[in-house]
Structure formats: C-alpha cells, structure tokens
Ligand binder design. Structure first.
Ligand SMILES: O=P(O)(O)OC[C@H]1O[C@H](O[C@H]2O[C@H](CO)[C@@H](O)[C@H](O)[C@H]2O)[C@H](O)[C@@H](O)[C@@H]1O
Ligand SMILES: O=c1ccn([C@@H]2O[C@H](COP(=O)(O)OP(=O)(O)O)[C@@H](O)[C@H]2O)c(=O)[nH]1
Length: 457
C-alpha cells in the first residue's frame, strides 16, 4: 500500500487543540491510516520562512514549516482569508483583492512545493486540502513530481458567475486541472465546479462526471461529504458527564434547558443573525420566557483580519443588548464565551444541551452539526436546528432546517425544538445518525483514497 501524504495549511500537531473542522477531521483520518502530514507550523517568525520542524507520534510523521510575517500576512491573512474565503462563501462585498497578496499566495505555495518535493516518493498518494493550496499540485508537477495527487475543497464551491468576479480567476482555478482527483463536500459543489470548467475551461463532462479538457487532459471530480469519528464522540460524550466543566455547566442552569452554539468567530457562521433570532424567540414566545438559556461558544479566529475584529465588536454589542433587554436578576438568557474548549469537553456540553443552533450563512460542511447529534443520549436526544445553507443539510434533512436570514423562522424553530416530544426527537435523531455513523471520517478518507488510486491507474 502506498504512503499517505496529507498537505494542509492547518496541522493538528500533537498537543495543539485549536478549533477548526479540517484539522479535527484529518487528525482522525491520519490516526488510523498513518503517514506524513505536511503544513504550516502555526508560527510566524522574524525571518527564515520555510524552516522545517519535524516530530512523530504513532504512525504519523509531522513536518511543519514556519512562515515569516510578510508571507503570513500576504498568504494567510491576505489572499486566503481576505480574498478567497469571502469569495467562496458568496460574500463579494467583503472580498479584498490586491495583486501584492495574490503574488504572496503564489510565493508561499511555491515555498510549500520547494520544501515538500524532496520529501516525496514516487508511489506516494498525496492529498492536498483546501483553498490555501489550490495551485500546489501544478507547482509540484513543475518540480518533476508525478505521483498521484488529489485535492479536497472543504469550503463551498460557488457559481461560475461568482468565481468570475475574481481577477485572473482562470489562472488560479485552472490550476486545479493539475490534480488527478478533485473532491467536494456536496454534489452541488461538484456540479458547480463542472459548470465552471465547462464555461471557463472549455471542458466537456464525461458520463461519470470527469472533466475532459480541450487538450485531452482528464480530471476526476467527486463529492464525498466529510464525516466525524461518530463512535469516539458517542463514547466521549457519555464519559464527559462527570467532567468538572460539564457538571458545573449543568448545575449553573438551575433546571433550565440549554441551547448551544459552537463556532469559530467567523462571519460565515451567521452569529449576529443567530443572536437576533434568539432575541426574537424570547419576544415571539412569551409563554416560554425563562425556560431556555443559550450558550454560544465562539473562539476567536483569524484575529489579525479586520473583518473578524469588526465581527467581534458587533457581537459584543448585540449580546449586551439582548441581555440588557431580556435578562432577569436570576436569568442571563445569552452566555457568550470567546474561549476555545478541548474537543472532549465540548462533547459533554453537546450532550447537556437540548437544542443546538447551527445556523451559518454558508458553510462547506459544519462538523459541529454532526458532532452534536453523535453526542446525544439515544434515549433522550436533543434537537438540531440547522441552516439549509450548510453542507451538512444535504445529509441531515431530519434536523429542523431553517433559513438563517429568516429570523422569525429561526425563532419559531427554537420554540419548536425546545418543546418537541421525546418520540419525535428520537425519530429525527435516528434518521440523522444513519448517515453520520454510515459515512464517518474513516469512510471519507477510505473513499477518497480508493477513488484516487482508481483514477491514477
Ligand atoms: O485554520 P483556520 O483558519 O483556523 O480555520 C479553521 C478551518 O476552517 C475551515 O473549515 C472548513 O472545513 C471543515 C471540515 O471539512 C468544514 O466542516 C467547514 O464547513 C469548513 O469551513 C477551513 O476550510 C479550514 O481550512 C480551516 O482549517
Ligand atoms: O472551542 C472549540 C470550538 C470548536 N471546536 C471544534 O472545531 C471544529 C469546527 O469545525 P466545523 O466544521 O464546524 O467548522 P470550521 O471551524 O471548520 O469552519 C469542530 O470539530 C469543533 O468541535 C473545538 O474543538 N473547540
């Protein structure tokens, strides 16, 4: 069997517990498969961009690379998170495009290629992840690497019209044709990529969905939704009931029900709208007043980027307003916490919550939605209120699906979730557990690698 080489910007090196679905998913996949994980070290240094660090744990070898301040600003804070991230989440109003950061993105991708190429063997299966590293396969090919290379886009693939607003989009998105296999979260993302390739790459599409380029080149395209380690989360959540943090949370509720939200502090997650919808719930359902406390966990993310700092200020204002308007001397309706929690602790919080609010305005998948369901007590499960604009909605149609822009609709869904009969909760939970347990993180990894082996032979 060939060696697996995973390449991603964010690497979950042992001991690192920063929030983020990509690292959580890949960590679980590599734990069973073994292999090499290559990416950014998470460190910005004064000089010496490209310096490598290495460590191993079990069958996984981690090789990570430092970036200097300029590279980090242009590539991660700049082109990846101020240009591509808003574009891919359909927020053209937030796209900040500058040739300088675009060149910085290419420069850092070239640095990834320079440092990674010498580590590769001919029969490796190389799996590159996400929008930070779109041109990496093309750059590796230029350096003579001819092993199998696949790519997975964790975020949404928007429409061709939207992508075409990016200057020089064909140069960047055309570099995806250097991969052997492209994976997307949902079939709609994969279809939108095919349409993009048809319109802007003059490609035709084969019966099995493969993109065929005018010169005869072929790129296989598939959709494989990322999953979670459902078995592990179920056992962790059952064990977490006795963790001091979980017990303290339960006791602090004084018999009230708990609703929970867990998201990086990111404008794609729809937090201002969610907070307002919760306020609307209190107003529209006066008979329910005081029954439900909402805990929003929102660790700070990408804090060097102006739009993220602005969001933080905005949320503090809205949270203060909601509590100022609705709190009682013995009840704070909204608890807003900007801290990162260990994954195992979160599973206990999920299980303690009778309602989860997962209402992004756009999301590639959203693993929190799946984790919440997997963490429930099968006999007395809570209810997931889920945005129809999250990738997870394609599989979890037994959740209470909402449009996150319809604040009254979300407010009414909260009321319905918190009063739902046990029988309906169990039926919905069982329907959601089928895809969550059947297509878990191990299946995701296996399916992608099997397909990559197939297309490259
Ligand atoms: O690495 P960061 O800048 O701190 O951001 C964390 C990750 O956010 C995004 O996650 C995406 O991947 C998840 C797993 O497939 C998916 O469920 C979620 O919908 C996506 O937003 C980003 O795409 C990752 O690269 C980041 O590491
Ligand atoms: O304090 C926190 C908040 C979140 N997470 C994890 O971060 C991931 C978030 O992934 P998701 O796909 O929901 O969104 P992303 O942040 O990747 O956009 C999930 O596994 C969460 O359990 C965590 O470990 N600690």
């Amino acid at each position: 069997m060939s060696r697996l080489v995973v390449v991603s910007n964010r690497v979950a090196v042992p001991g690192e517990d920063r929030a983020g679905g990509l690292a959580v998913g890949l960590e679980a996949a590599l734990r069973t498969h073994g292999g090499l994980w290559f990416g950014w070290s998470g460190k910005t240094v004064r000089e010496d961009s490209g310096r490598l660090h290495e460590q191993s744990e079990g069958d996984v070898r981690y090789v990570t690379m430092d970036l200097d301040r300029r590279d980090h600003d242009d590539y991660y804070n700049g082109f990846a998170n101020r240009t591509l991230w808003p574009l891919l989440h359909s927020r053209l109003d937030l796209v900040d495009y500058a040739r300088e950061t675009r060149e910085g993105y290419r420069r850092v991708n070239a640095l990834f290629a320079d440092r990674l190429a010498p580590l590769l063997r001919k029969d490796d299966a190389v799996w590159i992840h996400d929008y930070h590293l779109i041109p990496l396969a093309a750059l590796l090919r230029e350096r003579g690497i001819d092993c199998r290379i696949g790519f997975f886009l964790h975020v949404p693939m928007p429409s061709a019209d939207l992508v075409s607003a990016l200057p020089e989009h064909a140069r960047l998105f055309g570099s995806l044709y250097a991969y052997d296999l492209l994976g997307f979260q949902t079939s709609r993302d994969a279809d939108r990529f095919r349409t993009y390739a048809r319109i802007f790459g003059r490609a035709t599409i084969d019966g099995d969905g493969t993109v065929v380029l005018p010169g005869g080149g072929r790129v296989a395209v598939t959709s494989i939704p990322i999953g979670i380690d459902a078995t592990r989360i179920a056992s962790q959540s059952a064990a977490a009931v006795n963790k001091p943090a979980v017990r303290a949370l339960r006791e602090s509720l004084s018999g009230r029900l708990l609703a929970i939200g867990v998201d990086r502090l990111d404008y794609s997650k729809g937090l201002p709208e969610r907070f307002r919808a919760f306020g609307r719930y209190i107003e529209r359902h006066p008979s329910e007043r005081g029954r439900l406390t909402f805990l929003q966990i929102a660790p700070v993310s990408r804090g060097d980027v102006a739009e993220y700092r602005h969001l933080r200020d905005q949320l503090e204002g809205i949270a203060g307003h909601i509590n100022g308007t609705h709190a009682e001397p013995d009840w704070t309706p909204l608890r807003y916490v900007n801290r990162n929690f260990a994954h195992a602790t979160l599973t206990g919080f999920y299980r303690a919550a009778k309602v989860a609010l997962v209402t992004p305005l756009r999301d590639g998948m959203n693993l929190v939605a799946k984790e919440y369901v997997a963490a429930q007590d099968p006999e007395d499960p809570g209810v997931l209120v889920l945005s129809m604009l999250a990738g997870a909605a394609a599989e979890l149609d037994a959740a209470l699906l909402v449009n996150p822009y319809d604040l009254d609709g979300v407010a009414d869904a909260i009321a319905r979730a918190s009063t739902m009969s046990r029988e309906e909760r169990r039926e919905r939970w069982q329907s959601m557990m089928r895809p969550i347990a059947g297509s878990d993180i191990h299946a995701w990894c296996r399916q992608f690698l099997d397909r990559l082996a197939e297309v490259a032979t």
